[in-house]
Design a protein around this ligand. Structure first.
Ligand code: TIU
Length: 220
């Protein structure tokens, strides 16, 4: 056990029990014509974290620690997409509609794939999830238990939606959670900062935050 610099105070890092969770780095959120864009967002903001996320993934691989990727997507028959989710708001295209990268947020379509720069390596787990949180209606919890994981590092998008929801789920399940601040992003700069501030406030009520470089140094 070692400590690494983090907010709101040093994180007791155990590289022998940690896994990386990379949340939803999919074309549907990062590229024009996908789900994120259909909601009216400027998707170019999210592309900026790809290099830092790639460095973080490479560090976990080099250290021989698990890298788990998630994808928010639904079955082609939409049986796992509640109408309350699909009919929300007035997006340009709804979940399941045909867009330039195939059907929006549907498993197997080009838009649901992880961006080319962050492709999972052979043997790495990819968790398809119908919700914002990665523990809801998936086998992620059982998988982490089988691996003996007690700490989770989080990267991916978007900070205040799927990353925050999953980090809160993990915190309630007893995991020590650390978010990589420069490997997560939101369509709204203020929401990213507010989400991380909320999670780290009150003595790390949900978890800790630090930079990719600090995590990589701790893994070595
Ligand atoms: N809309 C938005 O900010 N995010 C999502 O819908 N999903 C994820 O965060 N992955």
């Amino acid at each position: 056990m070692e400590t690494i610099a983090a907010r709101p105070f040093a994180f007791a890092f155990d590289p022998s029990r940690v896994a990386l969770i990379v949340i939803d780095m999919q074309r549907d959120f990062l590229e024009p014509g996908g789900f994120g864009a259909s909601l009216g967002n400027d998707v170019s903001r999210l592309q900026a974290i790809v290099p830092a996320t790639a460095r973080l993934i490479a560090g976990f691989r080099a250290a021989g620690r698990p890298v788990i990727h998630t994808r928010e997507c639904h079955r082609p028959d939409l049986a796992d997409c509640p109408p309350a989710k699909r009919l929300r708001g007035a997006p340009g295209l709804r979940i399941g509609d045909a867009g330039p990268m195939g059907r929006i947020l549907i498993a197997g379509e080009p838009g649901a794939e992880i961006v080319p720069e962050l492709q999972p390596a052979p043997g790495e787990s990819v968790v398809d999830k119908p919700g914002k949180g990665a523990f809801c209606a998936t086998d992620l919890g059982a998988h982490l238990e089988a691996l003996g994981i007690t700490q989770l590092v989080f990267a991916g998008v978007t900070t205040e939606v799927c990353v925050q929801t999953t980090m809160r789920e993990a915190n309630d399940r007893g995991y020590e959670c650390l978010i990589a601040e420069d490997a997560t992003e939101s369509y709204f700069a203020a929401f990213k900062h507010a989400a991380i501030d909320m999670m780290t406030a009150q003595g790390a009520i949900v978890g800790w935050a630090t930079e990719v470089a600090t995590i990589l140094a701790g893994l070595e």
